[in-house]
Design a protein around this ligand. Structure first.
Ligand code: FES
Ligand code: FES
Length: 156
């Protein structure tokens, strides 16, 4: 029998029927059409699938969807307000850290979780968080600069 879960996704309460052992990434992309969250490696290596669950950045490619029951999930679609970008998105663009953009939603969500939890996170902690993300096109220096600029914007 299909299992049902209820969770809040980007501020909207959702009841979802799960087919077996789906991962959160499958549910977000295929059932809720939230395709901003990307599938890269499917094995916790690239970070492209990162979303925020109850304030923590998680790899949705391996996060069992059933574990999302009763939780609050934020995806990249939940950050911008209409056409207005979130300050973290703005900072990464301004620092030249976005080229193809495939890795960007995951990085944005990682930084969002970190700066929400600790707006004063030291650079070492920011770099640790960024280590969970692979980027094939941008130099990591631009991503580092974007992350530091994002922290400044988030403090304001
Ligand atoms: S798709 Fe989840 S870490 Fe790469
Ligand atoms: S901007 Fe292309 S993978 Fe990061």
């Amino acid at each position: 029998m299909a299992e049902k879960i209820t969770c809040t996704v980007n501020g909207v309460k959702r009841t979802l029927e799960l087919d077996g052992w789906e991962k959160l990434l499958d549910v977000l992309r295929e059932k809720l059409d939230l395709t901003g969250t990307k599938r890269g490696c499917d094995d916790r290596t690239c970070g492209a699938c990162t979303v925020v669950v109850d304030g923590e950045a998680v790899h949705s490619c391996t996060f069992p969807a059933r574990k999302a029951d009763g939780k609050t999930i934020i995806t990249i679609e939940g950050l911008s307000r209409g056409k207005e970008l979130h300050p973290i998105q703005r900072a990464l663009i301004e620092a030249g850290a976005v080229q193809c953009g495939f890795c960007t939603p995951g990085i944005v969500m990682e930084l969002y979780a970190l700066y929400t939890r600790n707006p004063e996170a030291p650079e070492a902690e920011i770099m640790d968080a960024l280590e969970r993300h692979l980027c094939r096109c941008t130099g990591y220096e631009a991503i580092r600069e974007g992350a530091l600029l994002a922290q400044k914007y988030m403090r304001k």
